[in-house]
Design a protein around this ligand. Structure first.
Ligand code: IYR
Length: 225
């Protein structure tokens, strides 16, 4: 019946005004150091970090609390190689013809191309799948709500957690990436959203000299602060 949820008492985080500001400031300063990286070191990363980051991601809010996500962690050379070969096949078609001139022009400042060596070099790949629908004990479909929104929030937390652990990530989206269902053994009800490449950056790694939009281009006060 609707409106009969059990409740528990909230255990809120509570800070003084100065702690609130200091925390927000510190978090911002750390987040502004996050950069998408394409040049990874093969230095191993403790799977415990991956586990905790995924557990953090899985705390994300989701439509009707359906938690419509699956995370697949891949760290063995053979599977990483299979993923690289499948991704490069799609990416080659993308860069050779599918992308079109406008898209290639938009990508030019990033210096990307069809070759994806990082898919083998980085110690971990995390494939994130969106569960388009669920199934009940009788095998009947359960409708899921706000799936892309929910999973995207979880991916944001995942990237943030890995960054706070001192790791670099690349949000890779080879397109199409249906090959991930087969390689990762996930059912057709799940749609791969992102292949997150995780590791330490290579020694001396460089990143594009890009800027973030200034505050006045992203924040609009309807009410004066
Ligand atoms: N998936 C391709 C192309 C690509 C597209 C966008 I939009 C990017 O921001 C970056 C890359 C690739 O990974 O190279």
């Amino acid at each position: 019946m609707a409106g009969t949820a059990d409740t528990i008492k909230l255990a809120p985080l509570r800070f003084s005004k100065s702690e609130m500001m200091a925390n927000a400031e510190e978090f911002f300063e750390l987040m502004r150091m996050r950069r998408t990286v394409r040049d990874f070191s093969s230095e191993p990363v403790d799977p415990g970090i991956i586990r905790l980051a995924v557990r953090a991601a899985a705390t994300a809010p989701s439509g009707a609390n359906q938690q419509p996500w699956s995370f697949v962690a891949i760290g063995d050379s053979e599977t990483k190689r299979r993923i690289r070969l499948a991704a490069e096949e799609e990416e080659r078609a993308f860069y050779d013809s599918r992308a079109g001139e406008d898209w290639l022009q938009a990508l030019a400042p990033l210096g990307t191309g069809w070759q994806k060596p990082f898919l083998e070099t980085a110690p971990w790949l995390i494939a994130i799948f969106a569960q388009r629908w669920g199934t009940d004990a009788q095998g009947r479909r359960i409708k899921h709500y706000y799936v892309p929104e929910s999973v995207s929030i979880a991916i944001g937390i995942l990237i943030t957690s890995l960054h706070m652990a001192g790791l670099a990530t690349l949000t890779h989206t080879p397109s199409p990436m249906g090959f991930l269902n087969q390689i990762c053994g996930r059912p057709d009800s799940e749609k791969p959203l992102v292949l997150l490449v995780v590791g330490h950056p290579a020694e001396g790694a460089r990143v594009p000299a890009i800027n973030r939009k200034p505050e006045h281009e992203v924040l609009f006060w309807k009410t004066a602060p």
